[in-house]
Design a protein around this ligand. Structure first.
Ligand code: FAD
Length: 421
């Protein structure tokens, strides 16, 4: 193979999936990351293969939820106020999608990239030792009461568009289904046929090792420039030197914004920072993963303990973690699991890469040979393998069997076909 390679920048869930699919299609691929693989947002997420996450955060209800959360002492929404002026243009665009029409359109556009996630992950790892990381399960939405479930009717109406109809159980049946839950929780909405990952960081590290064992090259280097010749990508500059390429793929999560600036494009994308607390050596575990709907965090029985991961903090992805969201997750976990004993905890913060319309940018930037695969907000673990497969199909000139126009990078990247919206 004497052809120049394809370079994939960023070895998170989206990047490693892209690298593997390109390799399977017969391409020579170099995967570059500034750190060890899988240490970005893909490391510490809730590990949920969220096939049900078809309704965006920007539901029409967000208009009254945000002021309510800000007024509340104890809420799952946090704000780094000093960063507000910098993120205001993004926030205005983001909130412009918080209406019924936009929500229905986003639901239709999220369905193709999330709804077959368990199968997509299984295809990525089929016949390898990595199959062990993908676990089939049920998934429960946990509410304090039936009334709280009913207040969530809009979200369930949106999910029903994807055929997601839960089985609802109340009262003592809740603790029979999930003995870890205390009496503060009185209603479960359960979906069958879901899945989860039991150690996302290790899963990605092993995916990269698999890619290398199949002939791929992983290079740990910081990309600081992407160069074009006659409008087409020619090479990537890194702190380890220059790498020639015939195509490049930007899959660097929240940092993709900085990489886009290297090719003079501005993308409206901001960090929805989120946190996890791992309860080590827990005295009990849930039977299946769950979402604490009030606390806005996922609960996943993982290899290293019980991981509770979520909350949203709007702020700069470059600034360090805050204390309050961690404390919030701890308190809410105590309320939900009053009998839980554990030997210690681990904490983490990561940045969800979020676009104003909650849809990723997947496609080619004009005819530059530069492709994008970022902006997956709350569902990047879920949708990474599908994203990688779609990018590999586009590079191979195999038309994907879904309409790619909703994800076109040109809708946001200044300087390409469509103006930003
Ligand atoms: C608390 C929390 C819970 C979540 N729970 C879930 C969940 O349950 N399910 C789900 O689907 N999603 C979840 N998410 C979202 C999910 O984690 C992200 O959408 C996803 O990890 C994004 O993956 P990525 O590959 O795009 O980016 P990342 O995983 O962030 O990877 C980007 C990579 O690019 C590299 N990079 C950056 N800049 C450069 C450079 N200049 N040169 C070289 N390399 C570079 C970084 O080092 C990094 O490894 C959660 C997120 C958070 C924060």
């Amino acid at each position: 193979m004497n052809q120049k390679p394809i370079i994939v920048i960023g070895a998170g869930m989206c990047g490693v999936s892209t690298a593997i699919w390109l390799q399977r299609f017969g391409h020579r691929v170099i995967l570059i990351d500034k750190g060890q693989p899988g240490l970005g947002a893909s490391f510490g997420n809730a590990g949920l293969l969220a096939q049900w996450a078809v309704d965006p955060v920007t539901s029409p209800k967000l208009w009254w939820k945000v002021p309510k959360y800000l007024a509340q002492q104890n809420s799952p929404f946090f704000m780094k106020w000093g960063y507000l002026p910098s993120m205001l243009p993004w926030l205005v665009k983001y909130m412009s999608h918080a209406n019924d029409n936009a929500t229905r359109r986003i639901v239709q556009d999220l369905i193709p990239i999330v709804s077959d996630a368990v199968e997509q992950h299984k295809s990525l790892v089929r016949s390898t030792t990595l199959e062990k990381w993908i676990v089939d399960s049920k998934f429960s939405f946990v509410y304090p009461s039936e009334a709280a479930f009913k207040q969530d009717a809009y979200s369930w109406k949106m999910k029903s568009i994807a055929g997601l109809i839960p089985k609802v159980i109340l009262g003592a049946a809740v603790q029979e289904e999930e003995p870890i839950l205390g009496p503060a929780m009185g209603c479960l909405a359960i979906l069958e046929g879901q899945g989860h990952v039991t150690n996302p960081g290790q899963y990605i590290a092993e995916l990269v090792a698999y890619f290398v064992s199949e002939g791929g090259q992983f290079i740990q280097a910081n990309v600081f420039d992407i160069q074009k010749r006659n409008g087409v990508v020619s090479h990537i500059d890194t702190d380890l030197g220059r790498f020639d390429c015939r195509k490049a793929v930007i899959t660097a999560g929240i940092w993709s914004k900085d990489l886009m600036k290297m090719i003079d494009l501005n993308v409206p994308m901001e960090a929805e920072r989120g946190y996890h607390v791992i309860f080590e050596n827990p005295s009990e575990l849930p039977r299946n993963p769950m979402l604490m709907t009030e606390g806005k965090f996922g609960v996943n029985p993982m290899e290293m303990g019980l991981r509770c991961a979520g909350t949203v903090e709007l702020g700069d992805h470059r600034s360090g973690p805050s204390v309050d969201p961690i404390e919030y997750i701890r308190k809410q976990s105590q309320r939900a699991f009053p009998n839980l004993q554990y030997s210690g905890t681990q904490e983490w913060m990561g940045s969800r890469p979020s676009t104003p319309d909650s849809l990723p940018l997947i496609g080619e930037l004009g005819q530059s040979g530069i492709f994008t695969g970022f902006g997956h907000q709350h569902v990047g673990l879920t949708a990474g393998p599908k994203t990688g497969r779609l990018i590999a199909q586009l590079i191979n000139n195999n038309s994907p069997n879904i309409d790619m126009s909703p994800y076109a990078p040109g809708r946001y990247a200044v300087g390409t076909s469509k103006p930003g919206s």
